[in-house]
Design a protein around this ligand. Structure first.
Ligand code: NDP
Ligand code: 2IT
Length: 447
């Protein structure tokens, strides 16, 4: 089996040199899915995985814009339309200085499996730019978003490709992007998700990724008759996903002791309660400040510059910042401190070495493509509401989100349970996502 996987990976590597993140994401899927393909005649010998690792379309474009001082800047824009077998392309946009083809291809590839897991009809895509939003004025953000959409608009549409947010793209950016699309097309459609509530957005979409990550962890804990009640939780990041993962964990009776950003880790030994979280949300979302500024309001907390949260003792860890933010050493430290459950809010935050440690210790570990799928699932619900020209209540959307997360958990158990009863959620998520997309591709022939 190893030989078949290695041969496949050698081919993928030879075609995708200098794309380490993409190769990392493909390796994980190949390890889980190739043994399944070999065992199942309907998939064997059809180069189905080879077709899946090749994007249907890669768009790269120039984005020129003018800053407040009148200087002209040039950024690179991308959209990876990875797979449309089960629905129109769907996935977020990331604005971060680290953005490149490898990172967006890994995200688009994972999105294909994640979207399949949501049970909703959405293909996979990802896009963004190496634009760095840090320190930019609202006017500069608007000019950049408009410049970005002035090219992207011709490649997307409500039945073709529906972007949304990701790192560096939140409510403000979605507004500017939607406004430009509407102006250029002279059409008001559900072309983008994460919209404001008065112009087609869905209740619970801002909360959905973080809430969903907690709901998934709740489902995992339930298999051991455990819950969030009284547990200590470490969260990384302090953006959209981290904030709402923290909110839900607190609501379920847990004590969240960390948040972080790219400058370091905030540790509050008393726990970040609802009032403190409201302060964080204003600090991050309105004032666009740094998490270390928490100390000015709550001096009993400490800030560890340049450190990640994983040395802090906890029962449950939720990495909600970015890829490869939790490595093998971090995993060993978490396990040493008694961590029993890791639910990924970010995409691919744990390195392969970290995942290996979690599996070896047989703790509950959920890969992002399963545990953070609540965000895109609720985007799917936003698309449905837009098509119906109707909106559901907060309770209705939250119930649907909880149902979807429970269904994803169930299908992971179905495909991921090892002979000894341990649930390998990585294997489960990858095979379940693969089966749905592969069946559609097979039905549609070689296209
Ligand atoms: P935000 O931009 O709202 O927040 C990102 C957070 O992560 C910030 O605290 C940021 O800190 C931190 N961060 C970003 N890059 C790094 C880095 N290189 N090292 C350390 N910290 C970093 O993004 P989201 O909360 O939306 O996204 C977080 C993660 O969740 C991403 O992996 C994203 O792909 C994933 N995700 C998001 C979904 C969504 O609906 N938004 C859905 C599913 C997954 P700083 O300010 O210092 O950069
Ligand atoms: O990684 C992700 O799933 C997202 N950034 C959300 C995508 C979406 O279309 O809502």
């Amino acid at each position: 089996m190893k030989k078949i996987i290695d041969e496949f990976m050698d081919l993928v590597k030879s075609r995708n040199t200098n794309e380490p993140e993409f190769l990392q994401a493909v390796q994980e899927v190949a390890d889980a899915v190739i043994p399944y393909i070999v065992d199942h005649d309907i998939y064997f010998g059809k180069n189905i995985l080879l077709r899946m690792v090749e994007p249907e379309r890669v768009l790269m474009f120039r984005v020129s814009w003018v800053d407040d001082a009148g200087e002209i800047h040039v950024n690179r824009g991308f959209r990876i339309q990875m797979n449309s077998a089960i629905g129109p392309y769907k996935g977020g946009l990331r604005f971060h200085k680290s953005v490149n083809l490898s990172i967006l291809k890994f995200l688009a590839f994972e999105q294909v499996f994640k979207n399949a897991l949501t049970t909703l009809p959405m293909g996979g895509a990802k896009g963004g730019s190496d634009f760095d939003p840090k320190g930019k004025s609202d006017d500069e953000i608007m000019r950049f978003c408009h410049a970005f959409m002035s090219e992207l608009f011709r490649h997307i549409g409500p039945n073709k490709d529906i972007p949304a947010g990701d790192i560096g793209v939140g409510a403000r950016e979605i507004g500017f992007l939607f406004g430009k699309y509407k102006k250029l097309r002279n059409e008001f459609t559900g072309v983008i998700t994460g919209k404001g509530l008065t112009w087609g957005g869905s209740l619970i979409r801002p909360e959905a990724t973080g809430y969903g990550t907690v709901y998934f962890a709740e489902n995992m804990l339930k298999t051991q008759n455990k819950s969030f009640e009284g547990k200590t939780v470490c969260v990384s990041g302090s953006g959209n996903v981290a904030q709402f993962a923290t909110e839900k964990a607190i609501q379920l009776g847990a004590k969240v002791v960390t948040l972080s950003d790219s400058s370091g880790t905030l540790f509050d030994p008393d726990g970040i309660d609802a009032a403190k979280l409201a302060f964080v949300m204003e600090l991050k979302n309105e004032k666009r400040g740094r998490i270390s500024e928490y100390l000015e309001e709550y001096p009993r907390a400490s800030f560890q510059k340049g450190k990640r949260p994983w040395a802090v003792a906890c029962d449950i860890a939720m990495p909600c910042a970015t890829q490869n933010e939790l490595d093998g050493e971090d995993a060993k430290q978490l396990l040493k401190n008694g961590c029993i459950c890791v639910s990924e809010g970010a995409n691919m935050p744990s390195t392969p070495e970290a995942i290996h440690e979690f599996h070896k210790a047989k703790i509950l570990f959920a890969p992002g493509k399963a545990s953070n799928a609540g965000g895109v699932a609720t985007s799917g619900l936003e698309m449905t509401q837009n098509s119906l020209r109707f909106h559901w209540s907060r309770i209705e959307v939250d119930e649907k989100l909880q149902e979807i997360m429970a269904d994803i958990h169930e299908v992971c158990v179905q495909y991921g349970t090892d002979k000894d009863g341990y649930v390998d959620y990585v294997k489960g998520a990858n095979i379940a996502g693969f089966v749905k997309v592969a069946d559609a591709m097979l039905a549609q022939g070689v296209v």
